[in-house]
Design a binder for this molecule. Structure first.
Ligand SMILES: [Zn+2]
Length: 213
C-alpha cells in the first residue's frame, strides 16, 4: 500500500539571522516561542514583521525560530505579485540571485538584497520513510492529493531526506487553495518520468495510442 503523506500549508513566513533579528527587535531581544511546528525543532514565534516591496506590503508576517545563518522570506506567487517582486521558485536556503525586500520591525529596518523565495513544494521525510517510499534525497516526484471533488496531481515535488525531519509535504497557500478543502489533506507519491511534466504530453499520447508501459 502507498504511504500516505500528510500535506501541510505554509503561509508566508520569515526566517531571520541572529544579526537581523537584533536589528529588527532590539539588541537584547529574544524570540518568544508560541507553537511547535511539524518539523522537529522548528517553532512559531510571537514576533511579527512588515514585509515591504516596491508595490505593496504585508503586516504581521510571522517569524519562525530558531534563527538561521541567513535571513529568508517565504511567500506565495500571489504575495509576490502584491509586493511587486518576481516570484522565484527555490528550495529553502538557495537564495543566490533571488529578489530582496525591506523588513520592518519595532526597533529597526533591514533591507534584504536577496532572500525572498517562493518555496519549491517539497516532502520532508526520514531515511526510513525514503526506503518505504522508494525515493531518495533531492528526487522529484508526483503527488496525487486525496481531496474530494478537487484532487490534483502535483509534479516537481522535491523529496528532502534527513533523520531530523518528520514526514510531511509542504505547499504554500496558493497551492493549498488549488486543492485542499478538508481538514487533514494527504497525498500519495507517484514515481514517473523523474517527477516532472516534461515528458508527460508524449506519454499521454502514447497511452492514448494503446502502448502499454
Ligand atoms: Zn518544509
Amino acid at each position: 500500500m502507498s504511504q500516505k503523506i500528510p500535506i501541510e500549508t505554509s503561509a508566508r513566513h520569515i526566517h531571520l539571522s541572529q544579526e537581523d533579528f537584533q536589528i529588527l527587535f532590539g539588541a537584547d531581544a529574544r524570540m518568544h516561542y508560541t507553537k511547535e511546528l511539524s518539523q522537529p525543532g522548528q517553532y512559531a514565534c510571537q514576533e511579527r514583521l512588515t514585509v515591504i516591496g516596491p508595490k505593496g506590503s504585508f503586516e504581521h508576517v510571522i517569524v519562525l525560530g530558531p534563527c538561521r545563518s541567513v535571513t529568508q522570506v517565504e511567500i506565495s506567487v500571489t504575495d509576490a505579485r502584491k509586493l511587486g517582486i518576481p516570484a522565484v521558485i527555490r528550495q529553502s536556503g538557495d537564495i543566490a540571485g533571488t529578489p530582496g525586500c525591506i523588513l520592518a520591525g519595532p526597533c529597526g529596518q533591514v533591507e534584504l538584497k536577496e532572500g525572498v523565495i517562493v518555496a519549491k513544494r517539497h516532502i520532508h521525510m526520514t531515511p526510513s520513510d525514503a526506503i518505504r517510499c522508494h525515493v531518495s534525497d533531492n528526487e522529484n516526484v508526483f503527488v496525487i492529493t486525496s481531496s474530494y471533488e478537487r484532487s490534483l496531481i502535483f509534479s516537481d515535488v522535491v523529496v528532502r531526506v534527513s533523520p531530523s525531519f518528520r514526514l510531511a509535504m509542504h505547499v504554500d497557500t496558493d497551492e493549498a487553495n488549488a486543492f485542499a478543502n478538508e481538514k487533514d489533506p494527504s497525498g500519495v507519491i507517484l514515481k514517473l518520468f523523474g517527477g516532472s511534466t516534461y515528458n508527460l504530453q508524449s506519454w499521454t499520447e502514447e497511452l492514448q495510442q494503446g502502448i502499454y508501459r
